[in-house]
Design a protein around this ligand. Sequence first.
Ligand code: A3P
Length: 299
Amino acid sequence: TLDEGMYNMCQYQGFWFRPLVLDRILSLQANFNPKELGLDVLICSAPKTGFTWLKSLCFAISTRNNFDEFTSPLHNYLPHDIIPCLELDFDQDNNQQIYYPLLSTHLPYISLPETIKLSTNCKIVYICRDPKDTFASLWHFMNKIGINQPTDICFQRFCDGKTGWGPYWDHVLGYWEASIEMPEKILFLKYEDLKNDTMFHVRKIAEFIGKPFAIEEETEGLVEKITKFCSFENMSNLEVNKSNEQRRIGPYEINNSAFFRNGNVGDWKNLLTVEMIEKIDEITGKKMTASGLEGALMR
Ligand code: A3P
């Protein structure tokens, strides 16, 4: 185990977790049954790579909400309250009902319950992001929730892989490799690509999860409606997402608004020093060389 300063972390299957999270993982690995729950889609990512956004998009695509009538749960609930995270707020021991056939997780691919990997019904949608932006987002988030670590110490831990669910690079690689092996099972997305052409990816996700848009839906502009509704500009301005309503994640009380900062690509330029940029790009280069992902992750 590692004393992380704020809390202890333990290493399991090559990744670092808080002890309580690890307990949940072990329990999920032993008991989780996606079939019993009727689970269709598992949304996966490392922390701070677009989890909240991807949840909104998958939810909107899957439920085909009519945003014109303000009836979508996305109007009134934080995406994390609509789609629980397996190891953080999903209580399988109490046979928690799921309201939609969607769940989410930060678990690395290697740690997913075998039942999910083997299930032919449950699809996986994964999102990753440039490690520099992921780190910048993580550092700001930690500050917002009251973990005030100096940037250089937090950076060193991120580079060493010793942040929750880290090492980040191995997390990305695990899903990347699995997605190449099983393209019909795992859709691998990048935050930057999604930002660049969201509508293209909304259609792609819809097709992947078996709910392509019908001609009438295309005609009525549903893809654009979903894209606009789930955009950072709209989501971050909804009352529920601006609010100081708090949720507990492990030992932390987190305001809803902490999940929305600025949603920009390349904001790391405002945080990282030249040395930091060189170091993080070097790690990305080394870790990703063989995967073909290097260029895609470094911008
Ligand atoms: P920044 O801190 O760079 O702004 P996660 O949801 O995985 O915790 O990631 C949080 C990051 O996603 C934050 O990035 C946040 O601003 C951004 N984000 C949240 N909602 C978004 C949306 N609807 N569209 C684009 N980015 C979004």
